[in-house]
Write a protein that binds this ligand. Structure first.
Ligand code: F6P
Length: 532
């Protein structure tokens, strides 16, 4: 039934979508004198102008009726209340509880919230002990460098935020080890001293192949210069929902910070997974980061649909992809500090909503998540904007434009802002002058949304990530899918285990002919190398 409701909405919008695709976008500005005013919205730390999207104000008003039809607001409240909306794992999705300060009114959340608060206190004391030099490495020396070993949601958020903040502090140097790659390990560890290095093993499951391989490599690296390898415990902190596996690896319980199954990995930067942010920039910064997200949560919970930025972004995405047929969208931050934002969003949006089965177990009769991709502006203008301006595909763009970046060179700042606005203007206007040669003509009417971020403060960054989390959740509700599981990655992991066994035993059977042949080619190559 729910699928049918969504399908009906898409069908009812088909005619309007057809008309929108035939009308020059700029026409809407002639007809709707207050278009910019009515198609802009202010949310905490973010001002969004979505007037350059390919739909009339009237159509936008129709989109704003959808949440009512699909009881979206009720689904949002159920999520905040801790209902088991992750239906296939029968779990809540309570990442919002991690950043809530006051005790929840609902009794069912009080204990979970107390765990969140306790963990914040643990993070606070670890950060203080290390920055004051009270907590030493296993070598009895001051910790100056921290290596976060984790992947996906146990890596991307902290890496993005630390890189965005960049504020040089006297605190620690934070490094990230993600892939199981000897070259990455060498790049990260080559300049570090074992005696001054602390490793965070960040893994909700504590069974992720890359993370465990890297954790064992880290242990080997430390052991080479530690007289009593069994005493390495003090050089590790585990952040996990699987403390027994962390104990088995050699991390004692007092050095483990908890995660819970009611927080999804790609939604976990607000938990102890965010410890690198506190260690690198201070706990006050981490609290501000949580506060910014909390302000966006309140905006999401309490704003009417047509002034609710997360819901508007979701409705525009629904319109662009389910009605206008766009297959992907680009997110382009015009600021180097947000260079890792596209990668962060790829996991958040594509691992959450890259699903083809709806909540009732049927095949989705409509498209779900589009492909999220992007890059930093202005460099992207010298890479893929040619295709977005003049290619055969319509690719909507989210421009993320921080207004204050801490950079006081006016010429550079004007250049950055001018280029961002120029791209969205050109996408809309194209260049249809009569005597334009075909190879130089731009169709125009290509949609974009410009999100002006007040600054790059921890609060603004928290609000930005919370905004896209809530956009993602709302789209999941619109598409009637489970945004909080990720069964699609399991088969690849299992296949890798089988292939590893085949490579080690030089037994290539049990695979398709192509894979067997490639396995053999690889092994023969390394054997040849070893003989040479
Ligand atoms: O990609 C699958 C996934 O489970 C992600 O959802 C998660 O963020 C990542 O792997 C790492 O998982 P863990 O934190 O359990 O090591």
């Amino acid at each position: 039934m729910e699928n049918q409701k969504t399908q009906t909405i898409i069908s009812e919008l088909k005619e309007e979508a057809k008309q929108s695709l035939e009308r020059p976008l700029v026409e809407y500005f002639k007809e709707e004198s207050k278009r910019v005013e009515t198609m802009s919205v202010s949310a905490p730390y973010i001002f969004a102008d979505f007037s350059k999207n390919l739909l009339s104000w009237k159509t936008f008003q129709k989109l704003c009726q959808i949440p009512l039809t699909l009881q979206i607001e009720e689904k949002i409240k159920n999520m905040f209340s801790g209902d088991n909306i992750n239906t296939t794992e029968v779990r809540p999705a309570l990442h919002t509880l991690l950043r809530k300060i006051e005790t929840p009114s609902s009794p069912s959340l009080v204990n979970k919230h107390a765990l969140c608060m306790k963990t914040l206190q643990q993070m606070e004391s670890i950060t203080r002990e290390i920055s004051e030099g009270k907590r030493k490495s296993a070598f009895g020396e001051r910790i100056t460098d921290v290596v976060n070993i984790g992947i996906g949601g146990s890596h991307l958020g902290s890496k993005l935020i630390l890189d965005a903040l960049r504020k040089k502090t006297s605190l620690l140097n934070i490094h990230f080890l993600e892939n199981a790659d000897q070259n990455e390990i060498a790049r990260v560890l080559h300049a570090l001293e074992p005696r001054n290095t602390l490793f965070l093993i960040a893994s909700k499951a504590f069974s992720t192949g890359e993370t465990l391989l890297n954790a064992h490599e880290a242990k080997k690296w430390l052991s080479q210069s530690h007289p009593c390898p069994e005493d390495l415990n003090k050089s590790f902190i585990g952040i996990t929902n699987n403390s027994s596996a962390a104990n088995a690896f050699g991390i004692s319980t007092e050095n483990i910070l908890p995660l819970w199954d009611w927080v999804g990995g790609r939604f976990s930067v607000w938990s102890a997974i965010g410890l690198p942010i506190a260690l690198g920039q201070g706990m006050t910064t981490f609290y501000d980061f949580l506060a910014g997200a909390r302000e966006m949560d309140d905006h999401f919970l309490n704003s009417a649909v047509n002034s609710n930025l997360p819901i508007i972004l979701a409705l525009l995405s629904f319109w662009n992809h389910n009605c206008l047929g766009a297959e992907s969208y680009a997110v382009v931050p015009y600021c180097d500090n947000l260079r890792f934002f596209p990668s962060y969003l790829q996991q958040l949006e594509m691992e959450s909503n890259g699903k083809s089965i709806t909540l009732d177990g049927n095949e989705a009769p409509y498209n779900t998540a589009p492909i999220t991709w992007g890059g930093v502006g202005t460099a992207s203008q010298h890479a893929f904007f040619q295709l977005i301006h003049q290619g055969t595909r319509m690719i909507p763009v989210d421009f993320i434009l921080p207004l204050q970046t801490g950079n006081f060179n006016q010429e550079l700042e004007h250049y950055r802002v001018a280029n961002c606005l120029a791209q969205s203007e050109t996408l809309m206007l194209g260049n249809r002058e009569k005597n334009t040669k075909p190879e130089k003509s731009l169709a125009g009417s290509r949609p974009s949304t410009t999100l002006m971020l007040e600054n790059l403060s921890p609060r603004a960054l928290g609000a930005l990530l919370s905004l896209y989390e809530h956009k993602t959740e709302t789209l999941g509700f619109l598409w009637n899918i489970n945004s909080f599981d990720q069964w699609g990655v399991e088969n690849g992991k299992n296949a890798a285990t089988r292939i590893m066994q085949g490579l080690n035993s030089k037994n290539y059977s049990g695979h398709d002919q192509s894979t067997s042949s490639l396995m053999r080619k690889y092994v023969e190559r390394i054997v040849k190398d070893e003989k040479e």
